[in-house]
Design a protein around this ligand. Structure first.
Ligand SMILES: [Zn+2]
Length: 387
């Protein structure tokens, strides 16, 4: 099985008497209230999903990622993992905190779930952050908007996790240590990760099947990102129910593992594609499926830049890259721009916007677009967050 990024899986989860002692200690520490995005990030850091990061980035690491898309040691890394508190309750603590201090991090339920040992605090340039990471400073870009709302000072330091989070689809959430163990149990040597954030349509399934059919792939790890919701997003339990329907009705049980990845979606085109591949490497995957315009939003990214970045910044994972994929009426099946000779008019679109439009109007979704079991779940309505 592939080694974690940097060679070692980070484990910041406290256990036993040390955990008890630090839970008691946390009650008396000054507290900070991270935004939900950083609550998720803090837990993932402790669980090793962001290995080799063991905490929120310091200035040196942040600057290195912006300048070279690499960590100071040279390992590729494309997305800053910063904690820049913006909660008004944090102003007084933030004004006094310095390197060497320990602070408690409070989750949305008011629980002190982690201790952050501060290494330094530093101001950072949001414009440079946005341009290097999201390749735009446009405040209409969802992650740029989040960044503009973040605080002006980043707090760096190592995370020690006291409590696991209570997640919306927690029963699907596996840790990197758990998926690695599961892949071993299943006897999978080479595992392909599938990154997604929407219910599966036929083009998604086609990429999964083509990948699983490869000689050098033993198992498929379907790992939808289900972090903080934005207007128009599918609810996490709906996404997982749709995938469960696909996996249970169509795939061999010993070939596919379904789990959720609760982190806030980064739309950064190529930079996000590489970041999400690194995360899956930590979960034990050495193959990574990259379709057209992965982790894109709007028209900010060249749809195939997410393919090229794997040549620019090799990370030991084999990218399994696909051209545009669709159902072609003339071919009578799934096809790609590489395998189909017919005009665009012969294609049945699987675009999410079209699927959503049809759902809204109560129109049936044909089997060329969705499996009936998936269509039935989506047809129940109320699956999309509207406000
Ligand atoms: Zn065709």
């Amino acid at each position: 099985m592939i080694d974690p990024h940097g060679g070692r899986l980070i484990d910041g989860v406290l256990k036993g008497p040390e955990r008890e002692r630090r839970i008691a200690e946390a009650e008396h520490l000054p507290a900070l209230h991270p935004h939900i995005d950083q609550v998720y990030d803090a837990e993932k850091i402790a669980l090793g999903a962001y290995s080799p990061l063991s905490g929120f980035m310091d200035r040196n690491t942040f600057e290195s990622v912006l300048a070279s898309r690499r960590l100071p040691g040279g390992l590729p890394w494309t997305i800053p993992i910063l904690f820049a508190p913006s909660d008004p309750r944090d102003a007084a603590v933030l004004a006094g905190v310095k390197g060497g201090d320990a602070v408690a991090l409070v989750d949305g339920a008011g629980r002190r779930f982690a201790i952050l040992t501060v290494s330094e605090t530093f101001p950072y340039d949001k414009g440079r952050y946005a341009e290097a990471t999201f390749l735009t400073k446009d405040p209409a870009h969802p992650n740029v908007a989040d960044l503009l709302a973040a605080g002006p000072t980043a707090v760096a330091g190592k995370i020690a996790l006291l409590h696991r989070l209570d997640l919306p689809v927690g029963r699907f959430e596996l840790t990197p240590a758990e998926t690695r163990q599961e892949f071993l149990r299943l006897g999978w040597k080479h595992v392909a990760a599938y990154q997604c954030r929407n219910p599966p349509h036929t083009a998604h399934e086609y990429l999964q099947r083509c990948t699983l059919d490869r000689e050098d792939v033993d198992g498929l790890f379907i790992h939808p990102v289900v972090g903080r919701l934005k207007k128009g997003d599918y609810l996490p339990d709906v996404i997982l129910a749709c995938y469960e329907a696909l996996v249970n009705n169509y795939y061999p049980k010993d070939r596919v593992l379904l789990s959720s990845l609760t982190v806030t979606m980064r739309y950064a085109g190529p930079n996000a594609a590489l970041f999400y591949a690194i995360v899956r490497k930590n979960y034990g995957c050495d193959r990574y499926i990259v379709g057209r315009d992965q982790a894109g939003v709007g028209k900010y990214y060249d749809p195939f830049a997410c393919h090229r970045i794997f040549d620019e910044l090799p990370i030991e994972i084999l990218p399994v890259r696909y051209p545009e994929t669709f159902y072609c009426r003339s071919c009578g099946g799934m096809a790609t721009t590489k395998t189909c000779a017919h005009p665009v008019s012969a294609r049945v679109s699987t675009a999410q916007t079209l699927i959503r439009e049809k759902l809204k109007k109560g129109e049936p979704l044909p089997p060329e677009v969705l499996r009936p079991e998936v269509a039935a779940i989506l047809a129940r309505g109320g699956e999309i967050l509207n406000d």
